[in-house]
Design a protein around this ligand. Structure first.
Ligand code: NAD
Ligand code: MG
Length: 324
């Protein structure tokens, strides 16, 4: 069965937020023949960009009032107030509210009105890839889910939106808000952002503390990670093993499990439990409301790590890195 944008023909779609996802969604949906209005705060940082892209820009209130589907593509932590102040008072009964991440609905920091549909469409890629793949006639796989279906059309609307993004040209995977939210948080915390950056920093510190030059340490533990990740991305661990030397493979087999072991896995389970039982969401929401004191301190520590200083110097000599 081909999934089309049929269920959203004759519907007006309001995009709130014009960042990484918002801009890509707005452009792809418009190019798929759908009626898109962008809702932005007047004089906000991105309204000039949306205007330059040829969109009708309205205030968030006006955009929501006129819409049959509202896509909430602002940062997660500003969504509860946006829902409370702008969306809930203005959204038509029977309209659909769409998220690209289930965080606020799943953790109940947004309690959606009962007379609307609530759905999720999450492309499995950053905004620029969602746009560039669409432009060359392909698409980025999308997850979709239904949280609340009051019209009987919620699933069709979510799938039509995903099709409008180009996702149906690749793959649509059905999920639910709980699964999308918890796996997304776990991935970024344990492996992608948290795990990988910590592994790089500790590897760098180990080499530098043992007396090796920081330049060399940078190449070995950070720069070359890209080569490995590209192989994993293209062909999994199988392809990575095919392309590295026998010596690298043997070292992987005997030393990898000494670094990341069953105790690490136990701690991964503890991180997952904090996500599942709402501990992480509660702490993050409190941190945001308190003005991000710990977030700012921890971010500064990452920015001040010695690998950042040597990295900036070395990258300035690798001209190709700045051409992207
Ligand atoms: P972003 O930070 O790139 O863009 C956010 C936009 O919201 C900006 O245009 C900003 O000006 C606007 N904004 C900020 N505060 C606002 C407010 N109070 N009112 C109105 N607009 C406001 O965000 P993003 O990365 O595109 O994320 C948007 C959503 O998409 C999030 O729910 C995120 O979890 C989800 N998501 C992101 C990715 C990704 O790769 N970045 C992938 C999948 C899902
Ligand atoms: Mg870190």
């Amino acid at each position: 069965m081909t999934v089309t944008t049929e269920a959203l023909q004759n519907s007006r779609i309001a995009i709130l937020g014009y960042g990484s996802q918002g801009r890509a969604h707005a452009l792809n949906l418009r190019d798929s023949g759908l009626d898109v209005v962008v809702g932005l705060r007047p004089g906000g940082p991105t309204s000039a960009k949306a205007t330059a892209d040829g969109f009708a820009v309205a205030t968030p209130e006006e955009a929501v009032k006129s819409a049959d589907l509202v896509a909430v593509l602002t940062p997660d932590m500003v969504q509860p107030a946006l829902y409370q102040d702008v969306i809930a008072p203005n959204l038509k009964a029977g309209a659909a509210l769409l998220f690209a991440h289930g965080f606020n609905v799943h953790f109940k920091t947004i309690a959606p009105r009962e007379d609307i549909d609530v759905v999720l469409v999450a492309p499995k890629g950053p905004g620029y890839l969602v746009r560039t793949e669409y432009e060359i006639g392909r698409g980025v796989p999308c997850l979709y889910a239904v949280y609340q279906d009051t019209t009987g059309k919620a699933k069709d609307r979510a799938m039509a939106y995903a099709a409008g993004l180009g996702g149906a040209r690749a793959l649509l995977i059905e999920t639910d808000f709980k699964e999308e939210t918890e796996t997304d948080l776990f991935g970024e915390q344990a492996v992608l952002c948290g795990g990988a950056s910590e592994l790089v920093q500790k590897g760098f510190e180990t080499l530098v503390e043992a007396g090796y030059r920081p330049e060399i340490a940078y190449y070995e533990v950070l720069h070359e990670l890209k080569l490995i990740v590209d192989l994993l991305y293209q062909g999994g661990i199988t392809k990575m093993l095919t392309f590295v030397s026998e010596t690298a493979q043997y070292g992987d087999y005997v030393s990898g499990p000494r670094i990341v072991d069953d105790a690490t896995k136990e701690r991964m389970k503890a991180v997952l439990k904090d996500i599942q039982d709402g501990t992480f969401a509660k702490k993050w929401t409190e941190e945001y409301k308190a003005g991000l004191p710990n977030y700012k301190r921890m971010k500064q520590a990452d920015l001040d790590h010695p690998i950042e200083k040597i990295g900036a110097e070395l990258r300035s000599k690798m001209v190709w890195l700045n051409e992207a």
